[in-house]
Design a protein around this ligand. Sequence first.
Ligand SMILES: [Zn+2]
Length: 504
Amino acid sequence: MTTTIDLVSYEDALASYDPVMGLEVHVELGTKTKMFCGCSTELGAEPNSQTCPTCLGMPGSLPVVNATGVESAIRIGLALNCEIAEWCRFARKNYFYPDMPKNFQTSQYDEPIAFNGYLDVQLEDGETFRVEIERAHMEEDTGKSMHVGGATGRIHGASHSLLDYNRAGIPLIEIVTKPIEGAGERAPEVAKAYVRELREVIKALGVSEARMEMGQMRCDVNLSLRPHGREKFGTRSETKNVNSLRSVERAARFEIQRHAAVLNSGGTIIQETRHFHEDTGSTTSGRVKEEAEDYRYFPEPDLVPVAPTREWVEEIRSGLPELPLVRRNRLREEWGISGTEMQAILNAGALETIVATIDAGADAGSARKWWMGELARSANESGKTLDELAITPEQVARVSKLVSSGDLNDKLARQVIEGVLAGEGTPDEVVDKRGLKVVSDEGALTTAVEEAIAGNPGIADKIRGGKVAAAGALVGAVMKATRGQADAARVKELILEKLGVSEG
Ligand SMILES: [Zn+2]
């Protein structure tokens, strides 16, 4: 059932209310085996081919905890500045769902492995916003239901449903923020920036590829409004399984407008889960939200408590890689760019390609210039991402070297890049095939200059008479004659020399 409501404009909503958000992100770990059994986690296998009595919840089967899963959870906790529990247990979260064969999910309840942390995230203008982390806990994924026979793939209208338990038992880490207050109109932007930063952290840690479009990372957006000046939180809605950065931002924005509309009309917000729809950017009602007590959590009797020694935790901490924000700040300083410039690089998805181009020998300035200029435009026009373009960081580095050695000027370099993108070969092959090299042969240049002077006697006279600015026309003539392959500054020098005029 969809009920349409007249949304309040975003500005009007913010004029009356403060948004408070809570973000719950599920990350599927990239472990080789499941969280509590030895079944493979590889994607794309035949349905139900990666199951065993444990992950199918058969009587008598016993779970064993995946040590790599625990280590990954600790790595995530440490990267999020959390405290790591000295002793914690798994719990059973009891509910029935067809794709959950045990009728409970093995999760953690009041004893999470990691708690009390924070993640600093960067907003579009380069400003930093601190998001506090309540907890990060270990759990397992459910299987998958497929509803067949209907038009939409949804259960409504389907003739039957199929179940695939390959995903049941894949390790998940759920990361829950504390209420995010004080972001005001930037709340949706903060939500997006948080999920993006978290994704970068997860990738840097190597614990998951965190590909949102593959469902390896998904975000539940909890949102409520409260009138300005009021302490008490309003009733929240929970928009489930939002699976792109853009959707996280849009879902938060839509819910702010919807809540304001309901509250302004004197209605009450129902605590419920909601679904986000990519096509319309709107959410619709799911089910009325259960309270924690409805799940009858109790400690899992079949698993031993997890008690990571302090030595192990410190060993893991010392093995953490440089974290994304720290790395970006370091690169920003090394490259001498501003926070907004770095943000633009991130938005363009260009950071890693630029780093790779510098690693391949280009200087930072030209690596940035090509990827953020010519190549970003080309990607934009062809609807591709930068790493889908038919040019590698090594090739861009080669072009940049040819420019710094004086073999190419910028104009020619653009043509070389164009040739590489068009599949004409490597930069050097394009240079050869198209005959693109700066004419640095003085003899050839001198001839071209003499011809230009002979062909434009009026202009030459003006220059002789002291109008040095008129030399531009002759430079243009030489550049045209050499198809842009001359060094313009050198051409100008030669012209003035020939005409016996000095620049000053
Ligand atoms: Zn299994």
